[in-house]
Design a protein around this ligand. Structure first.
Ligand SMILES: [Zn+2]
Length: 307
């Protein structure tokens, strides 16, 4: 979510995991929370195990609830059993490192920093953060999208897309009422009102002396060749926003999930437009999404300059 070193780390972690993947054992999709006690390592001390009642530490409970909500969204809306679709136990880590300004999925663990309280506060404070990070795990197990250029932007956008849908699932909202902001709940007090990204209007999430101005483009006119996946993902985020606005967020999530399962590790924007249109036809025929879905999908990609 934030720095270059971390992204590199995630990239290696993703590929390493793919290469050494052992066949998943059927699991119960359990949730377990560890307190890393401000060390730079994970799984230091188990503080809330599967089905345990709430504990004293607020961020451990927020993490437990957010991971539970993510698992439930994938199960109830998309019919998926945990991240690997085989009931993988989801381990969450709170209090990782010291004033660590990030949260990440390392290929097998969800890790939350406390934030430095200048830019970010504790990363357990917004459900779209773990929703985003755990979706990197789902992507790893499905399309296996890489992490460079358009492919990387698709990987990033898919995480924002599902993170936003999980946020709506938890708060009982839909496309018309949701703010389509990512991470507004983890901004430090001095940055109240800002967010990490805006899916409805990429490029408008923040503009202040501390962070500068949001660099996301909202169409191919602003596409940065070989750019940071967190920048170009704005183009795809806006595509999803347009689709969700017409079809509803959860039908749109089903469409995106079907698309993800039919993409491949080097897929680019045009591939996604093609596969999403095909999925729209199939899902419309089956009554999963509205009849106009193929036109909605084509129009959304067309609007941002992808065809
Ligand atoms: Zn990400």
């Amino acid at each position: 979510m934030a720095d270059q070193a971390l992204r590199q780390q995630r990239k290696s972690a993703t590929y390493a995991t793919l290469q050494t993947l052992t066949p998943p054992q059927p699991g119960k999709s359990d949730i377990a929370i560890y307190d890393d006690q401000n060390q730079w390592t994970v799984n230091v001390q188990l503080i809330r195990g599967p089905d345990d009642p709430p504990v004293a530490a607020q961020n451990a409970n927020l993490a437990y609830d957010a991971l539970t909500a993510t698992r439930k969204f994938y199960h109830d809306v998309l019919g998926r059993e945990s991240i690997d679709n085989a009931g993988l136990t989801i381990d969450g880590n709170v209090n990782f490192g010291v004033q660590y300004d990030n949260a990440f999925w390392d290929g097998s663990e969800m890790v939350f920093g406390n934030g430095d309280n200048v830019i970010f506060k504790d990363f357990t404070n917004d459900v779209d953060v773990p929703g985003h990070e755990l979706t990197h795990g789902v992507t790893q197990y499905t399309a296996g999208l890489g992490y460079t250029d358009q492919t990387g932007a698709l990987n990033e956008a898919t995480s924002d897309i599902m993170g936003a849908c999980i946020d709506q699932y938890v708060s009982g909202q839909d496309a018309g009422t949701f703010n389509w902001l990512i991470g507004e709940g983890v901004m430090a007090d001095d940055l109240y009102g800002e967010a990490i990204r805006s899916m409805a209007h990429p490029g408008t999430a923040y503009d202040d002396p501390l962070l500068g101005k949001d660099p996301q483009p909202d169409s191919m006119a602003g596409y940065v060749p070989n750019g940071d996946p967190h920048v170009n993902s704005g183009i795809i985020n806006r595509v999803f926003y347009l689709i969700a606005t017409d079809l509803g967020s959860f039908p749109a999530a089903k469409l995106w999930y079907a698309t993800l399962q039919n993409l491949w590790p080097t897929a680019v924007f045009a591939d996604t437009a093609h596969v999403a249109s095909e999925m729209a036809r199939i899902l419309a025929r089956d009554g999963v999404v509205a009849r106009q879905a193929p036109q909605t999908v084509r129009a959304a990609f067309h609007e941002v300059g992808i065809s």
